[in-house]
Design a protein around this ligand. Structure first.
Ligand code: F6P
Length: 549
């Protein structure tokens, strides 16, 4: 359905005039005025708890945002996605990552095919294969069990499995060491090959299209390295593929028996749940991989059925939308207070920015508001000692998503209380700030001379009023990780619906790919100066000159 421009909708206009009233709101005052703010602005689902009370919003703000969600058709579009309608308009595809985590036996017919049955048939193959490798029954060509797994893939074929293997480190198989090679930069492959031995290494070539230049180059390099000490007939024990492109996998020399398929209705950045998750299943075992899927399914069911007022992905999306549109927040920082979620911000960068980094509507018209904020981040407490300074006292408003587990998966004394104390203290500090009067009183108590107090007060004052969300879980487990990732997937979906943008394509990555191919041919052959500007020509010539040294 063609949507009217966002700013012309009745609910957006109501929000805009509400925002004008709310412009000077102070979070401190909102908390002081309402003792029930925390219970009123928290919700839980699928083992996760969301506290969105530290946003510059009140009950009326949320009610108006919910009106907008309804006016933009969030519920109908959500149902269309789950039903397998072709909501990826520019590629004419269904968007069915949710089908990848449906329980066995649940039917979903798309174009006459039972998607659920196909998904579970592949899951069975994943189980059989991963059980053998983990048990030491899948042997390398010289009869030794596999000890190292090198996943070769990029973007969605790398970020999800890499993030999840690290997040579930405590569940990992003790014999299997996971490596991830994504970058076309040979240093990446070089560093991995340095650590592994051809007799005991399994390579997974993971690419939805099996045409991605970086992955193909890395896969050929790995194959050459392997064949330097082994024979062609040994390849089958050491190379498997995950792809939708059987012909290209075969052309590369991987037996289709060793190929784990998925489908064009799985977007790259939504593919962790498909056979792209093979490294995760190898590392933590098929049982825990299934629990990851169950956690995501629990969040799917919540998103699909909970009233919007208590719907966690919807509330996360709406508060983020409010910050973006009406507070001018151009970026969002993700602060996991959990070292094992170290790669989660990088994972979310692709999920949110590749999905909603768009400037036209689904109908092809320029959007009339800003869209996806820049997503970035780093684990707490490391981030506190690096860039939190800017978040506290810089000139921009940068909302923060704090993510933490109430219980650790280690048993080292003292660390977890220190970690959680920092997490909660930061969210309090961002909210409250520290007024000039408070600073002055503090400095006076230290008996500093008045002139020094006057000079220091502006530097030591924190404006506060910085919005944040806090997401808590009991422990980081396969189930809560699954729910967490699905939470952000659905948040991204809801924001895409609000902005009326095509969240499931990524044409923006194409231009650079095409130009890189041309320049690569010039680095090895003749340069065509007429093709480029003076800067690009100059850079190409410098690289060519370095080669002849
Ligand atoms: O170029 C961007 C992109 O298509 C991503 O969307 C995708 O996750 C990545 O490249 C890798 O693609 P593939 O799995 O086909 O190699």
């Amino acid at each position: 359905m063609r949507q009217p421009p966002l700013t012309s909708t009745a609910s957006f206009r109501a929000l805009a005039s509400h925002a004008a009233e709310a412009k000077d709101w102070q979070l401190r005052q909102l908390f002081a005025a309402d003792a029930e703010r925390f219970p009123a602005m928290t919700t839980d689902a699928a083992g996760l708890f969301l506290d969105y009370s530290k946003n510059r919003a009140d009950a009326r703000t949320i009610a108006l945002l919910l009106d907008l969600a309804r006016e933009r058709g969030v519920e109908a579009q959500r149902d269309a996605m789950f039903a397998g309608e072709k909501i990826n308009l520019t590629e004419g595809r269904s968007v069915l990552h949710t089908a990848l985590r449906m329980p066995r036996g649940k039917q979903l017919l798309v174009d006459g095919q039972d998607v659920g049955a196909e998904v579970h048939a592949v899951l069975e193959r994943i189980k059989a294969f991963t059980d053998r490798v983990r048990a030491g029954a899948w042997l390398g060509h010289s009869g030794k069990p596999i000890t190292d797994i090198v996943n070769i893939g990029i973007g969605g074929s790398d970020l999800g499995p890499k993030m999840a293997c690290l997040a579930l480190r405590s569940y990992a198989h003790p014999r299997l060491k996971m490596h991830f090679v994504s970058n076309v930069d040979g240093h990446d492959m070089d560093a991995a090959l340095e650590q592994v031995h051809p007799e005991t290494t399994l390579f997974i070539v993971a690419s939805k299209t099996f045409t991605t230049a970086e992955t193909m180059l890395n896969a050929h390099t790995a194959r050459r390295w392997f064949l330097a000490s082994a024979k062609e007939e040994h390849l089958a024990r050491h190379f498997v593929a995950v792809s939708t492109n059987t012909a290209a996998v075969q052309a590369f020399g991987i037996d289709p028996e060793n190929m784990f398929p998925f489908w064009d209705w799985v977007g790259g950045r939504y593919s962790l749940w498909s056979a792209i998750g093979l490294p995760v299943a190898l590392s933590v075992g098929f049982g825990y991989f299934s629990t990851l899927l169950e956690g995501a399914y629990a969040m799917d069911e919540h998103f699909r059925t909970a009233p919007l007022e208590q719907n966690m992905p919807v509330l996360l999306a709406l508060t983020g939308f409010w910050n973006r549109q009406f507070l001018g927040a151009a970026s969002l920082t993700i602060a996991p207070y959990h070292q094992d979620l170290n790669r989660f911000p990088a994972y979310l960068q692709q999920l949110e920015m590749e999905s909603n980094g768009k400037r036209v509507t689904r109908g092809g018209q320029p959007v009339d508001t800003p869209t996806c904020p820049v997503v970035w981040g780093e684990c707490g407490t490391n981030a506190q000692h690096a860039y939190f300074q800017l978040l506290h006292q810089g000139t921009d408003i940068i909302p923060i998503d704090f993510i933490a587990a109430l219980r650790p998966t280690h048993d080292l004394d003292g660390h977890h209380d220190a970690l959680l104390a920092n997490c909660f203290a930061q969210s309090e500090a961002f909210m409250k700030g520290k007024s000039a009067d408070e600073v002055r009183a503090e400095l006076a108590a230290q008996q500093l001379p008045p002139a020094q107090i006057d000079a220091l007060v502006p530097h030591k004052t924190f404006p506060g009023n910085r919005p944040s969300n806090t997401i808590l879980m009991d422990q980081l487990t396969p189930a809560t990780l699954g729910a967490l990732v699905a939470l952000y997937e659905h948040k991204t979906f809801v924001q895409g619906v609000l902005w009326d943008i095509a969240s499931f394509d990524q044409w923006g990555v194409e231009l650079g790919k095409v130009l890189a191919k041309k320049i690569e041919s010039e680095l090895t052959g003749e340069i065509d100066p007429a093709r480029h500007d003076s800067s690009t020509n100059g850079l190409i010539l410098m690289a060519k000159a370095a080669k002849v040294q």
